[in-house]
Design a protein around this ligand. Structure first.
Ligand code: SF4
Length: 240
């Protein structure tokens, strides 16, 4: 059996790894699935990507002696967005933004590369996932899967405690100073305040979304296009 820890480098994943180390649980490899916007731009917020590659991975490898593998899909968000549709009314048009009903980003860019990683392994896997003790719904779903466990829940570690553990170990991503959770900067599920943050702090990334919105058959979220959001943020700024 090979023991792997799925890690997003968020507070819960990293606190899980610290818990595994503290309790001497078996661990062979830390596996991080990085969603890419295009061939060179990460889907992570730039500050989180910087933390992952220049701080957290070196600490896990050099301080804790862990093997860390970065897994990526053989495609990216931009490529899938522009992929011509082959079915339905809009044959030939760009696929467009993922929706609540068709969250293709998750399937192509997260689930598929992890399935490929699992399929490439020669021995059975046991996977640790970073679900805290105070996330009952996620835990309930998790416990239905075989060969998966949640060390944070097993040791009664809550989300607040996980954050404190990462802070104490110098392993807390700067993303938590502005966001509750980490996720892709182009996430259609992001909260309005997070989108506003992206608009203000990362205009170069916002410009990618505006360009895509011009080519999309659908709006970025169910209610708002990128241009609606932009107008709203501009008005809010003018009122300040
Ligand atoms: S965080 Fe959002 S954009 Fe990224 S894969 Fe998940 S649902 Fe898609």
């Amino acid at each position: 059996m090979k023991y792997i820890a799925s890690c997003s480098f968020g507070k819960d994943s990293l606190a899980m790894i610290l818990t595994i180390i503290e309790h001497s649980l078996p661990l062979d490899e830390v596996v991080y699935c990085e969603v890419m916007y295009d061939n060179t731009t990460s889907g992570e917020y730039p500050e989180h990507a910087e933390f992952i590659h220049n701080k957290a991975i070196p600490i896990l490898e050099l301080v804790y002696g862990l093997k860390v593998s970065v897994v990526r899909a053989d495609t990216n968000y931009k490529e899938q967005f522009y992929r011509p549709r082959t079915k339905g009314e809009r044959i030939g048009q760009a696929t467009g933004f993922p929706t609540l009903w068709s969250p293709w980003c998750n399937g192509y860019l997260k689930r598929k590369p992890m399935q490929d990683y699992r399929a490439s392994q020669s021995e059975p896997l046991h996977e640790y996932v970073g679900i805290a003790a105070d996330e009952p719904k996620r835990l309930e779903r998790l416990l239905k899967k075989p060969d998966v466990s949640a060390p944070l829940a097993d040791y009664n570690i809550t989300e607040t405690k996980a954050l404190e553990m990462c802070q104490a170990a110098y392993l807390l991503s700067p993303i938590y100073s502005t966001h509750k959770r980490n996720g892709c900067w182009f996430c259609h599920n992001a909260r309005l305040c997070e989108m506003k943050q992206l608009y203000i702090e990362h205009p170069e990334l916002w410009a990618h979304l505006a360009e895509m919105q011009s080519a999309a058959w659908n709006s970025f979220t169910k209610r708002n296009s990128i241009f609606d959001l932009e107008e709203r943020f501009k008005k809010e700024e003018a009122q300040q």
